[in-house]
Design a protein around this ligand. Structure first.
Ligand code: ATP
Length: 211
């Protein structure tokens, strides 16, 4: 379904460096759990939350994400943050991205912002978090080693537990991260099964993450 025609869209940002199976399985299940019609993947150009780490080139991360979700009808990969960075608009804050997306898609679709629990823990450091929530109410994926309760007990100051409890999405937990994949590549360990074969092939063909 085209994004314009959707009733509810899960907006899913990340560095996707590289994309892993959790980046596809969890949003797909989240989409069902909160009755959304599509997932809009938005790879970050230079994520404000990870300024200390050099990312693989945006073109590579975009290409890997496109491979990871190829043929999945619900998934839309949007390069607006990467495009804006190319026009010199950096860093790409989520609030600005959501505003741009709202302008592009018009008032029709409802947005929900899909984030992992690690992002919730630092949500108060995001630019204009209240405005982010107005644009797109968060939908939170609890991420190991957290449980729902440990995450809710570690909310930033002033965040209401009841509000955020209702934003947790019932999902299986998956202890997989892009960091794990990069470290395994650097150590010469296999990554098959942690990501998609097409992404694995890309990583090795391009010689990414060798360190
Ligand atoms: P890195 O290890 O490089 O920090 P990552 O695995 O967290 O990467 P990102 O591209 O940063 O991957 O993640 C995009 C979004 O998906 C973030 O909101 C992140 O919290 C969430 N996410 C990633 N992996 C998981 C997971 N296994 N469970 C729940 N949420 C996840």
């Amino acid at each position: 379904m085209e994004l314009h025609d959707c009733r509810r869209i899960l907006v899913f940002g990340g560095s996707f460096d590289p994309p892993h199976i959790g980046h596809v399985v969890l949003p797909m299940l989240a989409m069902e759990a909160i009755d959304a019609d599509a997932v809009a993947y938005i790879p970050a150009a230079s994520p404000p939350h990870k300024p200390d780490r050099e990312l693989a080139p945006a073109a590579d991360r975009l290409a890997m994400l496109q491979r990871a979700v190829a043929d999945l009808g619900f998934a839309h990969v949007l390069s607006l943050e990467i495009d804006r960075a190319e026009q010199g608009i950096v860093p790409g804050y989520t609030v600005d991205t959501l505003e741009a997306l709202r302008n592009e898609l018009g008032p029709g679709p409802e947005f929900r912002l899909l984030i992992g629990g690690d992002m919730l823990r630092c949500f108060d450091t995001w630019r204009q978090p209240e405005r982010v929530i107005e644009f797109a109410e968060p939908a939170v994926m609890v991420r190991p080693p957290d449980t729902s309760e440990s995450l809710l007990s570690a909310l930033p100051d002033g965040f209401e537990v009841a509000d955020w409890r209702s934003r947790l999405v019932p999902l299986p937990q998956l202890d997989i991260s892009a960091t794990m994949i990069r470290e395994r590549v650097r150590s010469g360990l296999p990554i098959r099964g942690l990501t998609f074969d097409s992404v694995e092939d890309y990583v090795f063909d391009q010689g990414l993450y060798r360190g």
